[in-house]
Unconditional design. Structure first.
Length: 82
């Protein structure tokens, strides 16, 4: 994903999560899905979905702090509905 191949990177992360649901890197995979959904796919709803899954399933994981911060930043830069 970072090298520019968002589609293949995205699919690889999703396959990784499905194939290894108990792996220690799954929380990071959720974070990367959320971050890239927002920054590369411009899909804040999908980004929020993945970040909230991370926070719900792994609330005490170290990456959860970053997920909370990222969600707050997303909320601050969201366009107003006025």
């Amino acid at each position: 994903m970072e090298a520019g191949d968002v589609k293949n990177g995205w699919n690889a992360l999703v396959r990784f999560i499905k194939a290894n649901p108990q792996h220690a890197l799954v929380p990071m995979a959720y974070f990367l899905l959320g971050k890239n959904a927002h920054e590369k796919l411009f899909d804040p709803a999908r980004a929020e979905q993945f970040l909230k899954i991370l926070l719900r399933q792994y609330p005490d994981h170290d990456i959860s702090i970053h997920a909370r911060d990222y969600l707050e930043k997303m909320d601050r830069v969201a366009p107003s509905s006025d």
